[in-house]
Design a protein around this ligand. Structure first.
Ligand SMILES: Cc1ncc(COP(=O)(O)O)c(C=O)c1O
Length: 405
């Protein structure tokens, strides 16, 4: 029996509202999802108005709608509107938060083995420039994050816990709510990379207890590329130093001094792509209308189905482990380079991506994985598409065997 998830009729409707689903089987949602048509149209219409009436004039006309995007983001993650900054991508959001922290020599950062490469680079850079140390908590033998190892690693020098809930190249997940409880108990700053999580799993920053959270638009949120946002908890706003300032980030400027604005928009600059921001808002509204809980249920159902079908194919090795698993399914095919598998599937009209070791370096090296095939499902994918992926893989394996004999 299927769990109580989106009905077939709803799925057909949602697919009808996404032109891209008619042309290809898209299992690269962890790269970028197919946006709903209404998101694309919102961006095109806004750009057309800008070109016709002028950029500033169009901005004034759409002031309310642009403001509403902050409200929609706040609703999506259960934050307050003044805790949101809109930026271009998750890396920008993460680096604004991380590099705004007043690190001193000897401070310690704790992370997990699933951390994303951008963030690892941030730690390495802080190590070089500030003499900060970072400790990686390895997953336990079952592939689960070890909360007891985290507790043991904390010392008075621990300045920050920074984790990625859903890594780029594995289906496992990090228990960010339980980690948040530990961070709160010890009063340690807590930064969550929710780049792959937004629009995929429900996010409630109050429940997570995080201080900062970074998100991109183009992945599971189905927003246009070049969109993202940062959440900064009000209570720590003044502990994060803005990296750059303009007249939008400040409330008041004189020749001798300035005052920062008193919300998270102090981390933004004035100039932005407003068409894309409206597209981001439309994508969030679309996800909220479906219900992120229902999206998550459907993704769990489809990804479990995909994993079990793949595991049944001789020559296919599924690499996801751990008790918590998401819509990212990773595997390899015996005797075939993952890049080749991706190319062959593309010839069959199926988009998957290559999960490279560098993206989740600690995890991948520990598990001796140079690369994996990443097939990431979204709610608009179907059982038939999963079957087509498996049929194509079987045919690819058969042809490799035929060539070998
Ligand atoms: C887990 C994770 N964090 C951060 C990023 C960076 O996101 P962006 O490319 O939007 O900066 C990615 C991108 O793939 C990611 O998978």
């Amino acid at each position: 029996m299927k769990p109580n998830i989106l009905s077939d009729k709803e799925i057909q409707q949602l697919r009808a509202e996404t032109k891209g689903t008619a042309h290809r089987i898209h299992f690269n949602n962890a790269g970028a999802s197919l946006p709903p048509d209404v998101v694309v149209q919102t961006v095109i219409d806004y750009l057309t108005e800008e070109a016709t009436y002028g950029g500033y004039e169009t901005e004034a006309k759409y002031h309310k709608q642009l403001e509403n995007v902050y409200t929609l983001i706040a609703r999506l993650i259960n934050a307050d509107v003044d805790e949101i900054a809109i930026v271009e991508n998750a890396s920008t959001a993460w680096h604004i938060a991380f590099n705004g922290i007043d690190f001193k020599k000897g401070d310690v950062i704790i992370t997990s083995e699933m951390e994303y490469v951008t963030n690892l680079l941030g730690f390495l850079n802080a190590q070089k420039t500030h003499g900060v140390e970072f400790k990686v908590i390895p997953n336990d033998e079952h592939g689960n994050f070890s909360l007891s190892a985290l507790e043991e690693a904390i010392t008075p020098q621990t300045k920050l816990i920074a984790v990625t809930e859903i890594a780029s190249t594995t289906g496992g997940m990090i228990p960010i709510i339980e980690i948040g409880k530990i961070a709160r108990k010890h009063n340690i700053l807590y930064l969550v990379d929710a780049c792959q999580s937004a629009g995929h799993v429900p996010i409630d920053v109050k429940q997570i207890g995080c201080d900062m959270l970074s998100v991109t638009g183009r992945k599971y949120l189905r927003a246009p590329r070049g969109t993202g946002f940062l959440y900064v908890r009000k209570e720590i706003l003044n502990r994060i130093k803005p990296l750059y300032l303009d007249n939008h980030a400040t409330n008041w400027v004189s020749q001798d001094d300035y005052e920062l604005r008193n919300d998270a928009r102090r981390f933004e600059l004035y100039e932005k792509n407003r068409a894309l921001i409206l597209g981001l808002g439309k994508a969030i509204e679309y996800a909220l209308n479906i219900g992120v809980d229902r999206i998550w249920d459907r993704i769990k159902y489809l990804s479990a189905l995909m994993r079990s079908q793949l595991a049944g194919i001789e020559g296919v090795i599924v690499h996801d482990f751990g008790d918590l698993q998401c819509g990212i399914v990773t595997f390899s095919v015996a005797g075939l380079d993952s890049r080749e598998v991706k190319i062959k599937l593309a010839e069959n009209n199926i988009n998957v991506s290559l999960g490279k070791a560098v993206s989740t370096l600690v995890f991948m090296e520990k598990n001796h994985l140079e690369s994996v095939v990443r097939a990431s499902v979204h709610y608009y994918n179907t059982e038939e598409e999963i079957q087509s992926l498996c049929n194509s893989l079987e045919a690819i394996i058969r042809s490799v065997i035929a060539k070998a004999v």
